[in-house]
Design a protein around this ligand. Structure first.
Ligand SMILES: [Zn+2]
Length: 64
């Protein structure tokens, strides 16, 4: 499934939860160069919230 992960050429957010009993994992790559990964439902939620608040679409809102 690594072909779905974001890269510096295709920035974005990818969340994976392979099974209900497995912890979610997420990876993000922003067009500004920031990248991060998280494992665990709470950590993934925090990562997604932080990314959407400060990166990704937030750059477009602020014109950068
Ligand atoms: Zn960014």
């Amino acid at each position: 499934m690594s072909d779905l992960a974001p890269t510096s050429e295709r920035p974005g957010l990818h969340v994976s939860k392979p099974s209900p009993s497995a912890p979610a994992t997420a990876s993000v790559v922003c067009q500004c160069g920031a990248s991060a990964t998280a494992t665990g439902d709470a950590q993934v939620k925090a990562l997604v919230d932080g990314y959407t608040a400060s990166h990704g679409p937030a750059h477009q809102r602020t014109g950068r």
